[in-house]
Design a protein around this ligand. Structure first.
Ligand code: NAG
Ligand code: NAG
Ligand code: NAG
Length: 434
C-alpha cells in the first residue's frame, strides 16, 4: 500500500512538475515599491528550466523568460494575477502552470497610529502607542517621532518630526512608555519602512500626562476650562517670577500644534475665543520641562460649566457653577450631572461637595431649565499627597499601638485584682486572662 502511494507520487512528479509564483515583499504593495516575482518548479530537480510569465493570462514580454525579475517603482497597472510555467531545456518538457497569485498595488501607504488605553494619563501609568500600515502587515519596520518646534531662517516657528532616540524599541509596531512622566506630554507620529520605501507620517497622536508636582503651572485667567465664544482668555506659565524659557503650547483638535505665546514671552492672550481654539494647552521649557496640560472648550451655546482647571485633592471642597451668557434669567432650577447621572438638582446655579473623594471624579455638565446644557468637562480628583498620607499612616499606627498598650494594661490590672480577690483555682478569671 505504502509502496503504491509513493509510486503514484513519483509518477505524478515525473509527469508534470508544478510551477509556483512567489512575490516579495508582499502580495499587497504600494506605488513606488520594488516587487520581486519568482517562479519555482516544485519537483523540478536539478534540471535547467526556462520560464514563461503571464499576467491576467496574457503573456509577458520575452525578457521575463527568466526565473526571477523585479518591478522597480511599481505603478497601479502592475496589479493583476500572475502565473508562470517552466520548460525543461533538455527535452522541452513543460511544467504544470502555477496557481495565480494576485499582486495589488495601492496608491498611498498609510501609517495608522493608535493609543492604548488612553491619551490622558497620570504620571506613573503605562501607555502603548501602536502603528500599522492599512491593508498590509508583512515586512514593515516602524519608526517613532515626536513633533518639535524650531525657528526657521526668518525667525518663524515651524514644526518637524524628530526621530525619538529610542525609536528602535518600537520597530515592531508598538512603542510602550512605562512609567510615563510629565516630560512625555507631546505629540507623536509614526512611519513604516519596507526596504528603501517608506509610508507617509501617521496622523498626530497626542499624549497628555498630569503629575503631582510639575515644575511650573499653567495659569489661566479667568480660571475655567469652558468659555463662551468671544470671551477673552489669558494663559501664562508659572508665577511669572521665574518663567524664562517657558512658552505656552497648544494642540488643536483639528490636529495642529502651535506655540500660543509669542517667541519671547510666556503669556498667551486670546482676545476673542472661537471654537477653533478648542484644544489642549500646556507650558513647555526649552530644556523640555512641562506643566500639566489643560483641556479648553469653547461653547457656542448659552450655558457653560465652571469647574476647577487643575486636579482637586481628596478631602478638599469642590465647587461647580453653571454660568449663563445672559444674566437676566435667574439661575434657579439648575441640575448638575456627573457621567450623565444627576449629582444635584434644582440648585441656584452652584453646588459644592465639602470633602471630595476619588469617586467624584468624572465628566461633569450642567443644565439650565430654559437656557440649555453646558458641554462636559473632566473633573479630576487626586489622592492626598504622599507626605500627608504617610503622616496619617504614622498617626494611625501610633493610635493602634497606644490602644493595644492600654488594653494590655487594663487586662493586666484586672487579672492582678482577680488574683488578689479570688482563690487561685478560679478558672473564670483564667479564661478572661487569655
Ligand atoms: C529660573 O529658572 C532657571 C532654569 O530653571 C534657573 O537657571 C534660574 O536660576 C531661575 N531664576 C530664578 C530667579 O529663580
Ligand atoms: C495679556 O493679558 C493680561 C490680562 O488681561 C495683561 O495683563 C497682559 O499684559 C497681556 N499680555 C500681553 C503679552 O498682551
Ligand atoms: C478634552 O476635550 C475633548 C474635546 O472637547 C473631549 O473630547 C475630551 O473628552 C476631553 N478630555 C478630557 C480628559 O477632558
Amino acid at each position: 500500500m505504502i509502496l503504491f502511494i509513493s509510486l503514484i507520487q513519483d509518477g505524478k512528479a515525473q509527469e508534470s512538475p508544478k510551477a509556483v509564483v512567489t512575490i516579495k515583499p508582499d502580495k499587497h504593495v504600494f506605488r513606488g515599491e520594488t516587487v520581486t516575482l519568482r517562479c519555482e518548479i516544485q519537483g523540478g530537480g536539478e534540471a535547467e528550466w526556462t520560464y514563461s510569465w503571464y499576467i491576467n493570462d496574457y503573456k509577458l514580454y520575452r525578457k521575463h523568460k527568466i526565473q526571477e525579475f523585479s518591478l522597480r517603482s511599481v505603478k497601479n497597472e502592475a496589479s493583476g494575477n500572475y502565473t508562470c510555467r517552466g520548460r525543461r531545456s533538455s527535452d522541452t518538457q513543460g511544467s504544470e502552470i502555477s496557481d495565480a497569485v494576485t499582486l495589488t498595488v495601492s496608491d498611498v501607504a498609510e501609517a495608522v497610529v493608535s493609543v492604548s488605553p488612553l491619551s490622558w494619563l497620570t504620571e506613573g501609568d503605562s501607555v502603548t502607542l501602536s502603528c500599522e500600515v492599512k491593508h498590509s502587515s508583512t515586512g514593515w519596520i516602524f519608526s517613532w517621532y515626536t513633533f518639535v518646534s524650531y525657528r526657521d531662517s526668518q525667525g518663524f516657528i515651524r514644526y518637524r518630526a524628530l526621530l525619538l532616540s529610542d525609536s528602535s524599541r518600537g520597530s515592531g509596531g508598538s512603542y510602550t512608555l512605562s512609567p510615563v512622566t510629565l516630560n512625555h506630554t507631546g505629540v507623536y507620529v509614526c512611519r513604516a519602512e519596507r526596504g528603501v520605501f517608506h509610508t507617509r507620517y501617521s496622523k498626530l497622536q497626542p499624549l497628555w500626562i498630569t503629575g503631582e508636582s510639575p515644575p511650573v503651572s499653567l495659569i489661566i485667567s479667568p480660571s475655567r476650562t469652558q468659555y463662551f465664544t468671544a470671551d477673552s482668555l489669558s494663559l501664562s506659565c508659572g508665577d511669572q517670577s521665574n518663567s524664562t524659557g517657558w512658552t505656552v503650547r497648544r494642540y488643536r483638535y483639528s490636529e495642529e500644534l502651535f506655540n500660543c505665546s509669542s517667541v519671547s514671552g510666556s503669556t498667551c492672550n486670546i482676545s476673542s475665543l472661537s471654537t477653533s481654539d478648542i484644544g489642549v494647552y500646556w507650558c513647555q521649557s526649552e530644556s523640555g520641562g512641562r506643566s500639566n496640560p489643560v483641556n479648553i472648550t469653547v461653547h457656542n451655546g448659552a450655558v457653560i460649566l465652571d469647574s476647577p482647571v487643575h486636579p482637586v485633592t481628596e478631602g478638599h471642597p469642590l465647587t461647580l457653577r453653571c454660568l449663563s451668557h445672559s444674566k437676566k434669567i435667574p439661575d434657579s432650577g439648575v441640575d448638575f450631572y456627573k457621567d450623565d447621572s444627576i449629582l444635584q438638582s434644582q440648585t441656584t446655579g452652584e453646588m459644592t461637595i465639602n470633602s471630595v473623594s476619588k469617586s467624584d471624579e468624572g465628566f461633569c455638565h450642567c443644565k439650565h431649565p430654559e437656557r440649555g446644557e453646558s458641554l462636559k468637562s473632566w473633573v479630576s480628583v487626586r489622592g492626598p499627597l504622599q507626605a500627608s498620607s504617610s503622616v496619617l499612616r504614622l498617626i494611625s499606627s501610633l493610635v493602634t499601638v497606644s490602644v493595644y498598650l492600654l488594653l494590655t494594661i487594663v487586662v493586666a490590672v484586672k487579672c492582678f485584682r482577680a488574683r488578689v480577690e479570688t482563690d487561685e483555682d478560679n478558672t473564670q478569671n483564667a479564661v478572661i486572662e487569655d
